[in-house]
Design a protein around this ligand. Structure first.
Ligand SMILES: Cc1cc2nc3c(=O)[nH]c(=O)nc-3n(C[C@H](O)[C@H](O)[C@H](O)COP(=O)(O)OP(=O)(O)OC[C@H]3O[C@@H](n4cnc5c(N)ncnc54)[C@H](O)[C@@H]3O)c2cc1C
Length: 557
């Protein structure tokens, strides 16, 4: 209808009259005085004006004033205003009445709190129309807060689809506003305006487009993220944009290689989910993973690397020395050299009920997008390594209590001393040692966790609204099966570690370079590599060094 494609976000004045001649006259007067500051819309009936208001509501566009004829067939002006107020309770409302309808207009002042009634005709507008409307609009503008300009996500807090979407937008640094239908009137009225049976979550785009229960890929495409490679051939393709991949992209592009960086979820990888990285050189007071990812990505782009995200590499084959990568959507690219920097992902917790509540109270990783939702709650963090400790400290700022469950006898075993000390000094963090999750329970959302004491075998069910899991990691290398040599846990073997491996496919006279895998010209860096140190700095170091070996390989080839 007439709102589509209209990207102007000025507040709206809507005029409603069934007499076309009168409507045009009102519209003309409004445009001549208010255009440029307000958007003037006109409707020939209450019904069509309501339809427009619903669309404006879903898009998040502000509506300042209704100028409505009282006597209309079907729906009277007062009836229309009553319904319009459900969508825009703060809108200013002015009734246009003939002299004979004055009585109805006076009643309307009480019924729907009409701000003013104007008698037709309103000529000259400079005397009889604008002063009244100016006054009302000044009032409205004084209380007006401009709408949020980014993506808006409307849904249930306990929905896995809402969580995935928020996590995706947050990790990709797309500004978004979250509207929870359980607690926000605004959210409920957006859903009501979208119509009965609207699929949640609703995604309202900055231009006003609305998507119902969309896939991540569909949202990514609409907000302009790139899924398709520009070229068919690259000197270097880097799979995974964690610290290792970002570093490789920065060095590869800055050293003149046509470099493509492909990321399945969000740049930053695991580091991007870290609330505070304290041990990365050059940042004495630490920096958040999101900040590190944003800086790395900006740098890689500026130096000329092409970045595809979200796009997953699903297969690799080698033909005449070219490494051919297939993407989830079926596209392919060719690379002269390939860097595997696909990192690791969290192991799933194998306990009763966990899968059912994943995204609805159970989260893998720090799930930074959920942190604001745990205010005042009793929550659990599972795991005893640095990532768990960091998350516990971060979440303790919001939650009432954070309990860390570890299977070992203490957190000192696998956690850095600075985090252990921070945890000990934080009053609302408790540590339950020799403990594991036996199961979880709930309804539409997580309500409780059953904790098993490993020393006594006793089980205790306690209330819980959120559990954050950090229990070790496995590499992202299933797609390399049968192509690239890996160790028994799936990590990619490189350089000297390949010595004991059967290298019958290796056709060159030389030994593999330091970070080179079992196929010449395929390298691995960061957490995905067998024997790597699982740290941001070492991933960055390996990603940078790998590019030197890429140059060497390309010059030999
Ligand atoms: C919560 C948390 C806190 C941490 N804190 C610290 C800290 O304070 N200090 C520290 O030194 N280290 C820390 N670490 C460890 C550090 O983050 C990792 O060692 C580092 O991120 C490894 O980098 P990487 O590039 O090798 O892999 P990752 O960071 O795992 O990145 C790999 C990327 O590859 C992508 N990918 C995987 N498969 C594919 C595919 N098939 N196609 C396309 N893309 C793919 C993934 O989506 C991911 O983005 C922390 C880790 C976590 C989880």
């Amino acid at each position: 209808m007439w709102l589509h494609g209209d990207l102007v976000r000025d507040p709206v004045i809507i005029a409603v009259d069934d007499e076309v001649g009168v409507l045009h006259a009102v519209q003309r007067d409004l445009i001549s005085h208010y255009s440029g500051r307000f958007r003037i819309l006109a409707a020939e009936s209450g019904e069509s004006a309501l339809e427009a208001l619903r669309e404006l509501k879903v898009r998040g566009d502000p509506v300042a004033l209704l100028l409505v004829d009282q006597r209309m067939p079907g729906m009277s002006g007062v009836e229309f205003v009553g319904l319009a107020l459900e969508l825009f309770p703060d809108v200013k409302r002015v009734l246009l009445t003939a002299y004979a309808d004055t009585e109805a207009a006076i009643h309307a002042i009480n019924d729907v709190q009409i701000d003013y009634y104007l008698l037709k005709p309103w000529d000259p507008p400079e005397e009889r129309l604008y002063p009244v409307l100016d006054d009302l609009l000044d009032d409205w503008l004084a209380a007006f807060r401009p709408p949020f300009e980014g993506v808006r996500v409307v849904g249930h807090r306990w929905s896995a689809a809402s969580h995935q979407l928020k996590d995706f937008l947050g990790r990709n640094q797309v500004p978004y506003q979250w509207l929870d239908v359980e607690v926000s009137d605004e959210a409920r009225s957006v859903v009501a305006a979208a119509g009965e049976g609207a699929g949640l979550p609703l995604v309202v785009l900055p231009g006003g487009g609305v998507m119902q229960a969309p896939s991540i890929a569909a949202v990514a495409a609409r907000i302009g993220m790139t899924e398709k490679a520009e070229l068919p051939y690259y000197d270097l393709v880097v799979v995974g944009a964690g610290p290792a991949g970002l570093a490789a992209a920065v060095y590869g592009a800055s050293e003149g290689l046509h470099t493509l960086l492909v990321e399945a979820e969000a740049p930053g990888g695991q580091a991007g989910t870290s609330s505070r990285i304290e041990n990365y050189l050059g940042f004495p007071s630490g920096l958040s993973g999101a900040d590190l990812a944003r800086r790395g990505l900006t740098q890689a782009r500026r130096l000329g690397a092409e970045i595809l995200t979200p796009q997953e590499v699903t297969a690799l084959r080698v033909e005449d020395g070219y490494k051919i990568l297939s993407f989830a959507g079926g596209d392919e690219v060719n690379a002269r050299a390939l860097l595997l920097s696909s990192g690791v992902f969290y192991r799933r917790l194998d306990a009763r009920g966990v899968d059912q509540f994943t995204g609805a109270g159970i989260y893998y990783g720090a799930a930074l997008s959920e942190a604001a939702n745990v205010a005042g709650e009793d929550i659990y963090v599972i795991g005893g390594a640095n990532s768990a400790g960091q998350a516990a400290v971060f979440l303790s700022a919001q939650a009432r209590t954070v309990t860390i469950l570890v299977r070992g006898a203490s957190i000192e075993q696998a956690m850095s001393q600075y985090l252990v000390e921070r945890i000990q000094a934080t009053a609302n963090i408790k540590v339950a040692v020799r403990s594991e999750v036996a199961g979880v329970d709930g309804t539409d959302r997580l309500r409780s966790v059953t904790i098993r004491n490993l020393a006594t075998g006793e089980e205790l069910e306690v209330p819980a609204t959120a559990i954050f899991i950090f229990i070790g990691a496995i590499p992202h290398t299933g797609w390399l099966e049968g192509v690239v040599a890996r160790d028994e846990r799936g990590f990619v073997l490189t350089g000297p570690d390949l010595a004991e491996h059967d290298l019958t496919a290796w056709r060159l006279d030389r030994r593999p370079h330091l970070l080179e895998a079992s196929i010449p010209g395929v390298f691995a860096a960061g957490d995905v590599r067998h024997g790597s140190v699982k740290r941001v700095a070492s991933a960055v170091g390996e990603g940078s060094v790998a590019v030197m070996f890429v140059h060497r390989y390309l010059s030999e080839a």
